[in-house]
Design a protein around this ligand. Sequence first.
Ligand code: ADE
Ligand code: ZN
Length: 315
Amino acid sequence: MKKIELHLHLEGAAPPAFIRSLAAEKGADLTGVFDARGSYAYDGFDGFLRCYEAATSVLRTPQDYARLLAEVLERSAEQGVIYTELFISPEFCGGADLSAWRDYLAAMTEIADKARADGIDSRAILTIIRHLGPDRAKKTAICAAETAGTWVTGFGMGGAEAVGRATDYAWSFDCARESGLGLTCHAGEWGGAGSIRDALSLGVTRIGHGVRAIEDPALVGELARSGVTLEVCPGSNVVLGLFQSWSAHPIARLADAGVRVTVSTDDPPFFHTTMRQEYNRLADAFGWGDTEIAQINRWAAEAAFCDQATRDRLL
Ligand code: ADE
Ligand code: ZN
């Protein structure tokens, strides 16, 4: 079945071999980033963030990002994905400097246009990194506002949820909203219901993860009534130890309670997953089949940060 993915970090989708070859070209030392089998090596969420940032340090030019995007879109298309939204951090693209960011965006837009002609459509969600703090976030918000309505249609926040509160970033989210961008925020992954409520107060229509809403039945009811969509990444949650197993994951309970859930891979090579694997595991754990996949795709299309003509094509 054709699939829609709403939550894929471009840097986090970089295959280890891609990062290794870029490191070799640049003479960069990535000691400790890979294990003996060549996979990304990390322990726990903080270790994951450090490994992610070390791997990303070899992406240094617009051309590096363009090459990465081409490879990631090709892999997504192989998984049956017809539309994907990519979290991209201008922090890694020239330090969130607007003129540098425009160069990165131009290089990636060329690739995205080519891929669209080949059957996979995409949009970018510019992403602030929570643990870098609200002041650094403002620079990214300005990049987002100044390039809104191009390939860039969304604005979000990732990074360490334990640092500060989502509301500390209200200026950046307001700036993005005023420029017409769709809003999403990682919450309810390493924080509980209070963290999700903080994110909702920013006016987001989607939550990245949001799965710990299950701890608060009143919040589950509010999510169901409001139609806020969760970008659920079950494989990421299981590998990072948020839930002990696929059958313990709350995605099916959230869906049964009427919450709009979608399925994504987050950072596929880090979590040894693919979109096909996510759906296969959901089939094994919850007996989900074509009917559930079709419902998830509908919810994803309705929540996508795209124009109505694109949405109509996806529905
Ligand atoms: N950045 C990349 N993956 C992430 C995750 N799962 N949570 C927060 N920030 C991230
Ligand atoms: Zn994420």
